[in-house]
Design a protein around this ligand. Sequence first.
Ligand SMILES: [Ca+2]
Length: 325
Amino acid sequence: MRIIQTIIIVASLLGSPLSLANPNYAERSEVKAMVKRLAAKGLDSSAVLTLMSEAKRLDTVINAMNRPAERKKWKDYRAIFLKPARILAAKSFYQKHKRTFARAELQLGVPVEVILAIIGVETYFGRNKGSFRALDALATLGLDYPKRAKFFLGELESLFLLAKEENLSVTDLKGSYAGAMGFGQFIPSSYLAYAIDFDDDGRRDLINNPVDAIGSVANYLMRHGWDDAYGIASVVSNAASSVKKMESAIVIKETGSELMEQGVKGIPAAWAQLPLDVLGLHGIKGDEFWAVTKNFYVITRYNRSPLYAMAVTQLSEEIAKELAL
Ligand SMILES: [Ca+2]
């Protein structure tokens, strides 16, 4: 008996490894407050608490957050996505869903190749949709990752709302380490706000239904201001002095003619009156500069990284060539 007591005392002093794997998130004050808000929206408190008591803390999720691919320089980042195999995979995904893509472009005004490029960068056309339980990933980041806790706690709350609205089981939902789900990797709040039922079967299924996913990616871009009258990016020169910081977030504000007055060369004449920004990248052959439009900014609403937006832009151009669009 005394030995057992000693073991228990020692274990509690050392902190049992089990307490890490199963942190009992249901007891946290943030969770109790979340449960109250969800109850006000008609969710069953004891069911939410039971699910939260089952949520696991995943150290792999925290480690992945601390080393995102976007920390690479453009020349290394680009190489991940601009590969012939990914372009060929785009072709076969397109051929399978040709009519859906045509309908998305027509109804939502976003080019086929841009929708394809996003789904290609996000999940390789549905091959890598992520295998973390969204519940575990979002609980871990919302409750054990102070830097972004507020944001991810909000996504955790949205996950419960989403499961209720779409009649899904919270514990079945899988996604990336950041809780992004399905072909287009929508986080729960985006799923709630921008997913559409594009095959009219009464459900918005971005995880198993490529038709809903294609329509929803186009809808997301359209709702964030995509304008098919503009291009996305065009290479320019003599632009180093117009760029404050290389590979940094863009701000669309100066017009093409204002940038031309600063000496930037190569801006398309059709962009003279458009608000633009100049993006500087560390390319394979040295620094490169791009004039970018509002559409480039819209792609950064999907993922804040300008490297991400440029990978989508260039992949979309390669796909358009391959498909002769
Ligand atoms: Ca549907």
